[in-house]
Design a protein around this ligand. Structure first.
Ligand SMILES: Nc1ncnc2c1ncn2[C@@H]1O[C@H](COP(=O)(O)OP(=O)(O)OP(=O)(O)O)[C@@H](O)[C@H]1O
Length: 350
């Protein structure tokens, strides 16, 4: 490590974490080769929303040093685990919930998972919506069956870079599940603890809608990093979303943010925007819950889900995909901020 470069880098703050890159332990390498500064920065998430900003700031800080004419920056990422990780090898468990059914919770969960994986994170997705499992279908794996590994643990199915387990891949298709609370509780425990999830940066959990047994079971038995609430903007959905937020608050689960789905519709023929359900309504839920993004109502989101390919991958340039990607990155940023706030002031250089 070159001391002069490190000193210059210690003037560059991570814009989200509000601490400098050196004390955050993000500089893996800082060497001078001739007049070229070569730096490796390890971001706190591969889905870092402010990577471009950090790159600009590093470049400008180093170019001010005498003898530095050029800067080469390599980026890596190392997601820091929650202070008390929920499961061995799983750094963060994030619940995706909604007050009401049909607001697009599973669509958001699937696209968040696919987007984080596409950015380079190791991602799992647990479909805990046991009564209405749709994750497998949305990932194009409705017919796949979960098998056991050599340790008799459930082997998650892999699709679009995401490892997932859904009831749909365990029970015969088209059959209703008639289970009471205790059975649900033990099923969820098994999905979490008797599955070979392997090492994951993020395990996203698609909850059933509402505030029932599964939500309680999950929040009471594992230490989750936080929850994301999906809602549509009309009052009847917001009333239920507020109820879901209250449930998480009572269970001491931090609400990482709110996603407003079906926020608006842009008519493909005229380009006019229609706020069908009243865009921006989710701000009524309160200032303390960051609005992670507004997703438009878009036929492609539904078509892609039915064809088994998340929109963020199938139509990455569409407005819906761009909003969903931004939500995934903002969420990853929120998780980094929360994790860092639990860690000591001075971190070792990685
Ligand atoms: N932004 C969107 N634009 C168009 N269609 C969407 C959008 N979001 C979700 N949908 C569609 O709406 C339907 C319901 O979505 P989804 O299953 O994700 O909702 P949910 O809240 O998880 O429902 P449930 O309560 O049944 O679990 C699906 O057909 C999905 O493809």
């Amino acid at each position: 490590m070159n001391d002069a470069l490190l000193r210059a880098l210690s003037t560059v703050n991570d814009p989200e974490l509000h601490r400098d890159l050196v004390s955050l332990g993000m500089i893996e390498r800082a060497e001078l080769s001739g007049d070229v500064a070569q730096v490796k920065v390890n971001l706190t998430t591969p889905a870092c929303p402010l990577k471009g900003q950090i790159e600009l700031d590093v470049r400008s800080a180093l170019l001010q040093l005498p003898g530095v004419r050029d800067v080469q920056i390599e980026f890596g990422a190392m997601v820091r685990a929650a202070a008390q990780p929920a499961l061995p090898g799983v750094k963060h468990v994030v619940l995706v919930g909604s007050g009401k059914g049909g607001v697009g919770k599973s669509s958001v969960a699937v696209n968040l998972a696919a987007s984080l994986a596409h950015d380079g994170a190791r991602v799992g997705l647990l479909d805990a919506d046991v009564y209405g499992p749709s994750v497998a279908h949305m990932l194009g794996q409705g017919q796949a069956r979960v098998t056991a590994d050599e340790n008799r643990k459930m082997r998650p199915i892999e699709a679009h870079g995401v490892r997932f387990i859904s009831m749909a891949n365990l029970s015969p298709a088209g059959q209703a599940l008639v289970w009471r609370g205790p059975m649900l509780h033990s099923a969820i425990q098994q999905f979490l603890k008797d599955a070979a999830w392997g090492d994951l940066d993020y395990l996203i959990v698609d909850l059933p809608p509402g505030t029932g047994d599964v939500q309680l079971s999950l929040t009471q038995t594992i230490q989750v990093t936080g929850a994301v609430i999906v809602t549509t903007p009309q009052d009847v959905a917001l009333i239920d979303a507020a109820r879901a937020i209250d449930m998480f608050r009572k269970a001491s689960v931090p609400v990482l943010g709110v996603v407003e789905n079906m926020s608006y519709f842009v008519a493909p023929d005229t380009g006019h925007t229609y706020d069908i359900f009243g865009r921006g309504g989710s701000r009524k839920l309160g200032e303390q819950y960051p609005l992670l993004g507004e997703i438009p109502l878009d036929t492609e989101v539904r078509q892609d889900a039915d064809l088994g390919a998340p929109t963020v991958l199938a139509h990455p340039d569409s407005a819906a995909a761009q909003s969903l990607r931004a939500v995934a990155r903002t969420l990853a940023g929120q998780i980094s901020v929360r994790t860092l706030s639990e860690l000591p002031e001075q971190l070792p250089v990685v």
